[in-house]
Design a protein around this ligand. Structure first.
Ligand code: ADP
Ligand code: MG
Ligand code: ZN
Length: 640
């Protein structure tokens, strides 16, 4: 515990006795002020004369002689209506009257003989002593304990969050060993909330089924995988799927993030792994889910400095535990990562995470389904066309689609509407792709003119080539991403493969913007507006040669490898420097050719370029249909 204290981690608690004293004080106050009036019935003392009056008015119903005080206790109906509602005992008041001045015996006899007045042995003015003891002492104490317990749990949670699980846990080290704070969640998420991803769901349903009926599998001699690893790009629903499994399985579900094992002190991570599996074994059948497992499952380096001892120990412990538990008892391991290539191969071998469940970016049908799931609680206009939206969002993840639906709803609210229209969705697609509109950005007219020609340049080159996606929208409204305008092209169908011609045409389209600037304003007036086009075109051209085997010279040689398939897909060069310089030359060549092709197309259609650019400058945003209408008007250009 020394290091912890030295690190300035003083226990934040005041002495416990302090709290107990406060509790006791409150208890006394409550007993003195509040409870008496609640607990025992209120007794009113009246004078003897008043008592006689009440008898005369027929209000007195029951009388008893209280032996301890020698007083007369009586129950009287003091309601306005008198006898009619007298059945309701709430209408009675309890009264006491003192020693009567005249002969008591005579009064008592008189009362006895009155048929309206009952004479009883006792009218309780004090409630049951046991009950009152419970109410005034036991119950409040119980309450305090409950509140205290809840409070301390809440504080623990908060502390854990604030300190990233690190120090909060470290403080309990030594007392009770490392603790894993697992959520045994009731997520409320079901498979119905996960759209698309049918294969992944099938795979996971089998696991759930196994947990429900292990005998079915045992009978036939089938062994289920011990663990399943969900892999895929960020935002595709891996965590969501795991939560859905928890929601469906109806067995305890231990969820922990890989980073929670990463500890400051050597050995703590391993202790946590041990603890986790101990708990899981006790609760079997159950599911253990480790999110972002790459945080502990990274490849152990061979040689060199012995890197991160702590991490290695944690991983080793995890591997050992996974071997140790018996899958037949019904502990199923789930893990998720978007960096499968960085995982230690020992984690992936049979008997560990041997089932790999890919959770890929959704296809067209998947995107439609995801949009619909997230629009479930959103009020929609009649004109909403999910198909169009889904086609415009090729490559978007589930998380992005969810965001698009929400942005659209927010936009509808901003515009004072109570339903979401197609235009909201289209605008939010663009917001997600290109950033929000910058309504008050000042762009000078001359710059706007350049941007118009630039964008029409892209659109014209695209339209004049076969095998390129149709233009759906052109705009010169600036975006927060810095783009001064853009041309949107949406493929008609779902594209899995791209042909060489298609890539080539795409590069030509990308050079179309700059080409238009050159053609109209001259080479010396070209602008910086094409930087993003240039980057994209270069990437494509390079990939053609180094990864897609589309050059004659290098044929099907791989010269670049993708480092992480799911995160941006950065590549690293794997060829000799001489080869690299050859590749560079070839990339330049491809781009030059594409640029020339774009120039040629634009020169041939210069009239249309002027006409369309003027139209765009005036309208700022035009649709694909408007574009095609002007393009096909008169002249009748031939398509290549
Ligand atoms: P990750 O794969 O990075 O773990 P998450 O599971 O955290 O992604 O997904 C983030 C959010 O994106 C989810 O909470 C959900 O709203 C949305 N989402 C992602 N994929 C889907 C899907 N297939 N169906 C419905 N919603 C999805
Ligand atoms: Mg996740
Ligand atoms: Zn451009």
């Amino acid at each position: 515990m020394r290091e912890i204290k030295d690190a300035g981690q003083k226990p934040p608690k005041k002495p416990l006795i302090f709290y107990y004293l406060i509790a006791l004080l409150v208890l006394f106050l409550l007993n003195a002020l509040v409870f008496p009036s609640l607990m025992s019935p209120k007794v009113v003392e009246v004078s003897y004369n008043e008592f006689l009056n009440m008898i005369d008015e027929g209000q007195v119903k029951q009388v008893a002689l209280e032996e301890s005080s020698g007083q007369l206790v009586f129950l009287a109906d003091v309601s306005e209506e008198g006898a009619e509602t007298a059945a309701d005992s709430g209408q009675y008041g309890i009264f006491k009257t003192g020693i009567w001045p005249d002969d008591g015996q005579r009064l008592l006899e008189q009362l006895r003989s009155d048929p309206d007045i009952q004479f009883t042995a006792e009218i309780p003015t004090q409630s049951n002593p046991l009950l009152s003891f419970i109410m005034t002492w036991i119950l409040p104490v119980f309450f305090f304990i409950l509140i205290g317990e809840l409070l301390s749990r809440w504080m623990m949670k908060r502390m854990n969050k604030q300190m990233g699980g690190g120090f909060g846990n470290a403080m309990s080290f030594g007392k009770s060993g490392a603790k894993v704070y697992v959520e045994e969640t009731e997520t409320g998420v079901t498979f119905a909330d996960v759209a698309g991803q049918e294969e992944a769901k099938e795979s996971l349903k089998e696991l759930v089924d196994f947990l429900h009926e292990p005998e079915k599998y045992a009978k036939i001699g089938a062994k289920l995988p011990k663990g399943a690893l969900l892999v895929g790009p960020p935002g595709t629903g891996k965590t969501l799927l795991a939560k859905a499994v928890a929601g469906e399985a109806k067995v305890p579900f231990f969820s922990i993030s890989g980073s929670e094992f990463v500890e400051m002190f050597v050995g703590m991570g391993a202790a946590k792994v041990r603890d986790l599996f101990k708990q899981a074994n006790e609760k079997a059948p159950c599911i253990v889910f480790i999110d972002e497992i790459d945080a502990i499952g990274k490849k152990r380096d061979a040689g060199g400095l012995s890197g991160n001892d702590e991490r290695e120990q944690t991983l080793n412990q995890l591997l050992a535990e996974m071997d140790g538990f018996d899958a037949r008892r019904g502990v199923v391991m789930l893990a998720a990562t978007n960096r499968p290539e960085s995982l230690d191969s020992a984690l992936l071998r049979p008997g560990r995470f041997d089932r790999r469940i890919p959770v890929e970016l959704p296809d067209l049908a998947g995107r439609i389904a995801i949009l619909k799931v997230h629009a479930k609680d959103v009020k929609l206009g009649d004109d909403v066309n999910w198909d169009l939206i889904a086609r415009a969002t090729a490559g978007a993840s589930g998380a992005e689609l969810a965001n698009i639906v929400n942005e659209a709803a927010l936009r509808a609210v901003r515009q004072g509407r109570n339903v979401v229209m197609q235009e909201d969705l289209e605008e939010s697609v663009e917001t997600v792709i290109a950033g929000a509109q910058r309504k008050n950005a000042v762009v000078s007219t001359s710059e706007k003119k350049i941007v118009s020609y630039h964008e029409i340049g892209h659109a014209l080159v695209a339209a004049m080539q076969s095998h390129s996606a149709p233009v759906t929208k052109i705009t010169i409204v600036p975006r927060t991403s810095g783009a001064l305008g853009y041309t949107m092209q949406v493929d008609e169908g779902e594209k899995m493969l791209m042909s060489r011609t298609e890539i080539y045409n795409k590069i030509a389209t990308l050079t179309g913007g700059r080409s238009a600037e050159e053609l109209i304003f001259g080479k010396e007036n070209m602008t910086t507006g094409a930087s993003n086009d240039i980057e994209q075109a270069t990437k494509l051209a390079r990939a053609m040669i180094t990864r897609y085997g589309m050059s004659d010279e290098f044929d099907m040689t791989a010269m670049e490898t993708v480092q992480n398939q799911y995160l941006g897909g950065d590549t690293s060069l794997t060829c000799a420097p001489e080869t690299a310089s050859k590749v560079d030359a070839m990339v330049t060549q491809i781009i030059k050719e594409a640029h020339e092709k774009a120039m040629k197309i634009l020169k041939e259609n210069e009239g249309k370029l002027h006409e369309l650019a003027a139209y765009l400058l005036e309208k700022e945003t035009i649709t694909g249909e408007e574009f095609m209408k002007i393009l096909e008007r008169s002249e009748g250009q031939t398509r290549e």
